[in-house]
Design a protein around this ligand. Structure first.
Ligand code: TXA
Ligand code: MG
Length: 319
């Protein structure tokens, strides 16, 4: 029997009994548990095979919950929360003692966001606790953007995927930490740098592997298909060495006319980066399932969500 269901009451019952449930958000599906249940949190780490040094994001229903879990909110964090919540931005803030160490990997900060999806907001409103939820994929693999992706990964290991349809944003939230109360981008994501800078002015990006201990979403190889994947400035040239191989292509707008290409996906025919971001992971899931010899992805324009797409493709193509 399928573990996919739209039954919010069932998700409430399971989560209240310290189980984990996969939940929809606007970015990717998450694997959620009660932040105060050590059993649920441990199950999340075990199910994902995620190392304990990699902390989780806490999902809350409204800003009124924020004061209960964080000790200090810098002015620019407040501005960002007002501008983007509910939405795909995660703020890393000084935590209060109520947040268990297992969620924050022993750090004195906690990552928190209000997701923008009616199903998880309804769920959070019915629960008496916030939800810790990493993306619902095994460690280092492609994040899920549909309930079926999650079921394919975890069918025997979890009791339920709460179905909220395909994720609208399709890549993870942008993560922002604060140093001396100034915002620093730790992970590029579904909220563009330009949109963030419109609210708080210039922000520094520390989206590098050397800050991996701070945000292991920044691990060099991450979000990766099992098929060898390369990133290319010029697809026509990159195809040449693969004449007798089975090749899959991901492009931004245009199709490639070439006999070598067995399967190709243009992420947005109209050239819309938001649409392309929303379809990126599904395209990687689709191509990865075909047992191809190689997936070649086109480099995206280096602005707006194009930057976030390139970031994920870069990590998907590291050996
Ligand atoms: O869109 C999203 O953010 C999705 C949905 C489910 O909300 N969640 C997600 O979670 O992407 P996850 O676990 O795959 O990525 C969380 C990232 C990790 O890179 C982790 O290192 C970072 O957040 N993080 C969590 N707590 C942190 C903290 N206290 N300091 C620095 N980074 C933190
Ligand atoms: Mg993840």
């Amino acid at each position: 029997m399928s573990i996919i269901s739209k039954d919010i009451a069932k998700a409430v019952a399971l989560l209240s009994a310290e189980n984990v449930v996969a939940i929809p958000t606007e970015t990717v599906y998450g694997l959620a548990g009660n932040i105060y249940s050590e059993k649920a949190i441990r199950t999340i780490f075990e199910t994902k095979q995620r190392p304990f040094f990699n902390p989780l994001i806490v999902h809350i229903a409204s800003t009124s919950c924020l004061d209960k879990i964080v000790a200090h909110i810098p002015k620019k964090a407040k501005l960002l929360a007002e501008a983007f919540w509910p939405g795909p931005i995660t703020l890393v803030l000084k935590k209060k003692a109520v947040i268990p160490d297992v969620i924050t990997a022993g750090k004195d900060t906690v990552a928190v966001r209000i997701p923008n999806h009616p199903v998880i907001l309804e769920l959070l409103n019915q629960l008496e606790f916030p939800l810790a939820a990493p993306s619902a994929n095994p460690f280092n693999s492609i994040s899920p953007t549909t309930a079926i992706h999650v079921e394919t990964y975890f069918k025997d290991k979890i009791k339920m995927v709460l179905d909220g349809g395909p994720c609208k944003s399709g890549i993870e939230s942008t993560i922002i930490g604060f140093e001396n109360d100034e915002p620093i981008i730790y992970r590029l994501g579904s909220t563009s740098i330009e949109a963030i800078e419109n609210v708080v002015g210039k922000v520094e990006i520390k989206n590098k592997k050397e800050i991996a201990p701070d945000a292991p979403g920044m691990l060099e190889r991450h979000y990766a298909p099992t098929t060898k994947t390369i990133l290319s400035d010029n697809i026509e040239d990159s195809i040449l060495p693969y004449k007798n191989k089975r090749v899959g292509i991901i492009t931004f707008k245009s199709s490639i006319i070439n006999d070598t290409v067995e399967f190709q996906i243009a992420l947005s025919k109209s050239g819309d980066l938001t649409e392309a971001a929303s379809k990126l992971y599904n395209a990687l899931h689709q191509l990865d399932a075909l047992n191809l010899d190689i997936i070649i992805a086109e480099k995206f324009p280096d602005y707006g969500l194009g930057k976030s797409i390139n970031d994920r493709l870069n990590r998907a193509t590291k050996n």
